[in-house]
Design a protein around this ligand. Structure first.
Ligand code: AMP
Ligand code: MN
Ligand code: MN
Ligand code: MN
Length: 277
């Protein structure tokens, strides 16, 4: 077993994280992370700052992305690792996704207005460094004392089927993997145990993902139990996929997703970094 500490899924203020890219990288170094990927939602804007800070503090930086994908009308997050942020087709795709995010944010704001909460859109915008996401809405609702915590904000207003949920058609799986591969990266299914799919449907998804050249499943992540990690390790083995490790860190105030603090991969997993230099 290698003793190198990897965290290959994290967020900064370039999407819905609360730390700047520089502060994120400094915290990673303090926490003993050796290799950190910044994987903001639909944006690579944090890469330059994160890379410069990683050089300063002496850790390895992996430029990444977390792309919102619609697969059979379901939202799936696909992480890209080791991408060249200058690849034109990737950036064109991301611009398009951020336009959709902005339109959706305005529509969510209109929903809140309709239920007598007209200030929520402006409040969420004020909390966002880049494009507004649902987490910014949730953060504003917590700040205002409307809800107890982020979870409750999602449960009450923002999850599918709730009052202020607005559906959106994101990138196709084919496009997302095409952009990641064109940019020289590896595609990873983010937090795979979080999708509420039957085993049959999930396997169909994995078959599609693999057929499009997908590389790995995030086997170890903060939202997985030890059993879920083993289940995902088995799927990876069955489908011939590698295994990744990522905290999905958003904020130091979140007690369950700590930067760089993850269970090791289950025995027998082939790590996504096996061929990295
Ligand atoms: P969006 O990409 O704007 O649709 O928002 C998705 C983001 O919201 C995720 O990346 C998480 O940061 C956060 N999120 C989604 N569901 C929940 C939840 N149930 N509890 C807390 N945060 C959530
Ligand atoms: Mn997020
Ligand atoms: Mn995600
Ligand atoms: Mn994430």
């Amino acid at each position: 077993m290698s003793s190198i500490c990897y965290d290959l899924h994290s967020h900064s203020t370039a999407s819905d994280g609360v730390l700047s890219p520089a502060a994120l990288v400094r915290l990673a170094a303090e926490n003993g992370v050796d290799v950190l990927a910044l994987t903001d939602h639909d944006s690579t804007d944090g890469h330059a700052e994160a890379a410069a800070t990683a050089d300063e503090v002496g850790i390895h930086f992996v430029p990444g992305i977390e792309i919102s994908v619609s697969w059979r009308k379901r939202l799936i997050h696909v992480v890209g690792l080791g991408i060249d942020g200058n690849f034109t087709e990737l950036q064109q795709g991301l611009v398009h996704l951020r336009i959709k995010r902005q339109q959706r944010a305005e529509a969510i704001g209109a929903r809140f207005e309709k239920i007598g909460m007209p200030d929520v859109y402006a409040g969420a915008c004020a909390l966002a460094g880049g494009v507004v996401g649902r987490l910014h809405f949730a953060m504003y609702l917590v700040e205002q004392g409307e809800v107890r915590d982020i979870q409750q904000a999602f449960k009450k207003y923002l999850l599918k089927g709730k009052r202020c949920y607005v559906p959106c058609e994101w990138a196709s799986l084919e496009d997302a993997l095409g952009w990641i591969h064109g940019a020289g990266g590896q595609a990873v299914v983010a937090h795979p145990a979080r999708y509420k799919m039957s085993r049959t449907l999930f396997r169909e998804f994995l078959v599609d993902f693999k057929a499009l050249g997908g590389a790995a499943l995030e086997v170890a992540c903060s939202s997985h139990s030890a059993e879920e990690a083993c289940l995902m390790a088995n799927y990876a083995d069955e489908l011939g996929l590698l295994a990744s490790v990522g905290s999905d860190f958003h904020s130091p105030h979140n007690s369950w997703a700590k930067l760089g603090q993850l269970h090791p991969l289950p025995e027998g997993c082939l790590p996504v970094w096996q061929d990295w230099k």
